[in-house]
Design a protein around this ligand. Sequence first.
Ligand code: NI
Length: 174
Amino acid sequence: MDSRFKVGGPLRNRSDRLEGFERRRRRLPHWEGPGETYFLTFRLMCPDFVDLTQERIGRLVVEAIMFFADVRYELYDYTIMPDHVHLILKPIVHDGKAERLANVTHSLKSWLASRINRIVGRSGQLWQHESYDHIVRDEADYQEKAAYIFDNPKRAGLVNDPAEWPWWGVGPRK
Ligand code: NI
């Protein structure tokens, strides 16, 4: 895998992930100034045909998330689940104006849809039209959402220790 994914990409092993989990506590979104921080979720339309955590597809999802990081948004935490993706991000602000979340979401979903469809040999609607987003109000809210993301694979019964989940990560180190 591309070396730029070493930090903040799919963290390779448990200690990297634990270190990432600690590090993201120190890299908080800033609450002052223009723009909001969002907890964003988008889901597959037909989870029977696609598993987002299948190796090749998961790597593609990470690639998309990282491709737009620091360009379209500041990236905090993310996790890829078999049928959905959670992210905490803050759209980039240009000239005092934040990029619209809807545009960011559209870019991510469409970048991925064409590529994933090609891999699984299907066409048409990959994602549910609606994405769920929630403004992260303050640091306490952020910590709650970040913990929700980190624990999601354990809650879903996919791992016993959330640090074992290979598809959790944080944004690139500045
Ligand atoms: Ni979830």
